[in-house]
Ligand binder design. Structure first.
Ligand SMILES: Cc1cc2nc3c(=O)[nH]c(=O)nc-3n(C[C@H](O)[C@H](O)[C@H](O)COP(=O)(O)O)c2cc1C
Length: 187
């Protein structure tokens, strides 16, 4: 196992286009999702759930997403629509993280949303700890009305991330990280 501190200090997202087979095994995926669900969760509301899309069973979903994109962008070129197919069809594994917000006087909506974000983050860390790359994406499909039906979302559910996971091809670009002096105050 990767040393925890080293993992947290070096975690980086590869581009989704650089994620290639092999995908995590069923056992590895279970481990990742177990870790993703181990997040702070005020009131134990479990305000998140996961939809797993392995590459082998994603073709129909990809075509429906392409159709929804075309419907929402009637002037889109075939190239732009193909780009969407690649975006959703390319990664070895995608996990859609859904936030389910239930009205609760003690647990504000934002805390439920944050817990779902934490689940996304844990999933990224778990994937990297197991030797894979992962990238947290949203984009139009996360917010488009058409996705409600496509992903089977209830009225109080929303997509907070498409987590693309796979083995990493090539070197990962290392972007600059924030200078602590600009984001930390001591008062
Ligand atoms: C909620 C959320 C949604 C994101 N959606 C996108 C996206 O749709 N497209 C994109 O290029 N990057 C998106 N990003 C950024 C990438 O996930 C990633 O953070 C970035 O490429 C590199 O950051 P890292 O190396 O620190 O992980 C999103 C990030 C967050 C937190």
């Amino acid at each position: 196992m990767t040393d925890a501190l080293e993992l947290l200090k070096t975690r980086t997202s590869p581009k989704a286009a650089d994620l290639v087979p092999p995908a995590p095994s069923e056992v590895q995926l279970r481990e990742m999702l177990t870790i993703a669900a181990r997040v702070p969760d005020h009131g134990m509301m479990k305000p998140w759930r996961f939809i797993v899309h392995p590459m082998e069973t994603r073709a129909a979903l990809v075509e429906k997403l392409a159709a929804n994109f075309r419907a929402g962008n009637p002037n889109a070129s075939e190239g732009e629509i193909d780009k969407q197919r690649l975006r959703f069809g390319g990664s070895p594994l995608i996990v859609t993280v859904v936030c389910r917000i239930v009205p609760n006087v003690k647990v504000p909506d934002v805390e439920q949303l944050l817990s779902a974000g934490a689940a996304c983050m844990n999933l990224l860390n778990a994937a990297q700890a197991l030797g894979f790359g992962a990238n947290w994406l949203t984009g139009w499909a996360a917010f488009d009305k058409s996705s409600k039906e496509l992903f089977g979302l209830a009225d109080n559910e929303q997509i907070v991330g498409f987590i693309h996971i796979g083995s990493v091809k090539g070197e990962i670009f290392q972007r600059a990280r924030p200078d602590l002096s600009q984001i930390v105050n001591k008062i």
